[in-house]
Design a protein around this ligand. Structure first.
Ligand code: B4P
Length: 185
């Protein structure tokens, strides 16, 4: 992975972005920057910004770009190599962010709706996240199709390198497939 310093991982909710990003971060010794985790941390602080974010996240909506970009870009200051998990999340967000950071590689996890719903309902029992209810999961999937998926065509149009990975297998199998490609880069 010599020429690759900044990666962005994308895919539907529950596609395993966080799961794979953590494994990549450990193996290739790059920082894991999860937009979702950063935003959830902010909501826990119960600041006015945190309360505003909560209103979007609990409903499965994307949080406003102005707030997300500011918080995430602040976290990136001084860091040289990292994997962005779920960031950028839509085309307007990308248009602003890609002028400020140079993403070398995009990883796209392909997983069907039925699989992600099952995974997220299982996570709901373990973690109890407010956005892992059947109604909100369905909405998050719609938001993904309407707002995040168009990012892929944008990346293609802008000439970015994209790895498309089948995200239906076990985390270990997906990671193995990813590593095979990443090691050659
Ligand atoms: P995220 O935090 O990105 O949540 P996610 O889409 O559910 O996560 P992910 O795909 O990482 O799933 P994971 O690996 O955990 O976003 C949450 C919310 O934050 C959004 O709805 C939005 O409101 C807001 N937000 C985030 N980024 C934003 C941005 N840039 N702009 C605006 N708003 C933003 O996997 C899910 C579950 O499946 C886990 O339990 C895991 O153990 C399991 N799993 C993973 N891979 C598996 C596999 N291969 N097989 C079986 N189970 C698997």
């Amino acid at each position: 992975m010599k020429g690759v310093k900044i990666i962005s991982i994308t895919g539907p909710p529950g596609s395993g972005k966080g799961t794979q990003a953590k494994m990549i971060s450990k193996k290739f010794k790059i920082k894991h920057i999860s937009a979702g985790d950063i935003l959830r941390k902010e909501t826990k602080k119960k600041t006015s910004v945190g309360k505003r974010l909560e209103g979007y996240m609990d409903k499965g909506e994307l949080a406003p770009n102005k707030i997300v970009n500011e918080i995430v870009l602040k976290t990136l200051k001084g860091k040289k190599s990292f994997i962005l998990d779920g960031f950028p999340r839509d085309v307007p967000q990308a248009k602003e962010v890609l002028g400020k950071i140079k993403i070398d590689l995009v990883i796209n996890l392909n997983v069907g709706k039925n699989v992600v719903v099952k995974r997220l309902l299982k996570r709901a029992k373990i973690e109890g996240r407010d956005d892992d209810t059947p109604k909100v999961i369905r909405h998050r999937f719609k938001v993904y199709n309407d707002e995040t998926k168009p990012l892929l065509n944008y990346y293609i149009k802008m000439g970015y390198t994209i790895i498309n990975i089948d995200g239906n297998g076990s985390p270990r199998k997906i990671f193995k497939d990813l590593c095979k490609i990443l090691k050659e880069m």
